[in-house]
Design a protein around this ligand. Sequence first.
Ligand code: C2E
Ligand code: CA
Ligand code: CA
Length: 430
Amino acid sequence: MPRLPMPPGPADHASGADPAATGPDRRAELLAQVRDFAAVRRAIGAAAAADLTRAAAERLAGALPLARVVAVGQDVIRVSCGGAPDKVEHVSAAVRSFFDPAHERCDEAARHGWAVGGAIAAPEVDDVTLAETSEAALAQAIAVPDVAPVAAALVAEADLASELDRALAEDEMELFYQPKLHVRQQVIKSAEALIRWRHPTRGLIPPADFIPLAEERRRVGPLTLWTVRRAIQDQRRLRRLGHDVRIFINISGQVLADAAFAEAVCHYVAAAPDARLGFEITETAVIRDPEGAIANLQRFDSIGITVSIDDYGAGLSSLAYLKQLPARELKIDKLFITGITSSHRDPLIVRSTIDLAHALDMEVVAEGVETHAALALLSVMGCDMVQGYVLSRPVELETLAGFLAEERHHRASADTRASFTRLSATWKRA
Ligand code: C2E
Ligand code: CA
Ligand code: CA
């Protein structure tokens, strides 16, 4: 039976692992799945097939004593481990070769055809994210048999940081767009740009995995200016297709009060008089340097950029304080919206926020609207705009253009009307 090399101990780098590959501990989860279990069963018989995964898991556990190996159901094996980066990388490579029939140390089960997907995570990544990322990597390995079998979707921060500059230079960033629907007018008036990093080997990386890092490494300035330029270009493409929507960009606290950033934005907007932009800012971003932030916001407002207060309610916001800002839009944090139809407290908070914002002459956007019932309730409460999965997830520009061309929001609205009827019936009964 082929044996895999033991994972190196903390001081053992003799296996060829890079001695410099230390740093904060990592966790890895790897999933291996028989590609076509039904075909294997037909080939080797039901009894042998039933034993295949369990026996392979036992052999793998014997080869990797420091990892946890479990057979899940009839055709999946899950391997988890934690520790120094080189140890985790080693386990991940060992699992790959175990199931790779082309590898000299592969297991006898490898000939039945397995897909392997996995994720390696920094310590701050939670278990659910790690599990979901490795499941996504497995799904990708099943869908595209030729991809590298382990997609380390969550990577060491140090690796990512060194790659950020290259990513910007080589245009690996992309903007996805999520429409905002004006409830009363039933039109899509604007869309929010949400950044994604299409990494050449690691797939699509969400902003939560690299924006904090970009902030730490002071790379948010170039990143945000790239976003502004790309949003202006994308808006032109949409306009050529007959769609005129304002594009909102998220502005990190690190650049909000920065005079050089404001100067560059003014320069881009002056060069693109047709641009219709909005900036989403959070109160925490303002609090870092209120004077500098307010000066910049006034400048943005004066050149036609709509200022929107994002994540309202998630912090210690006071509307009286926010009134000092030239903001025209208030986005209620999804924390209050996702449970609006099930909680007693959230609808009261949302209702009073809408009324207060209207009294201050601001339009209200509810973000994180996931159900028709929530949309119906927000519409009754007088919420001006909604954004969320019920209408559309964040999508690529082409998909947004298709959504706008087909006026797909009308379809969602029809379902909402049905919900609305049920909702009013409930109220009448109450
Ligand atoms: P955010 O500005 O609060 O964006 C809303 C987040 O909620 C997005 O996550 C969006 O995909 C997600 N979302 C949208 N609809 C729903 C829904 O119905 N239900 C739920 N549960 N979630 C929904 P995403 O795209 O992962 O962005 C996360 C955060 O990353 C954003 O939060 C924003 O703070 C930041 N971000 C995104 N793009 C940029 C950027 O270009 N620059 C900067 N500085 N930050 C960005
Ligand atoms: Ca936002
Ligand atoms: Ca938000």
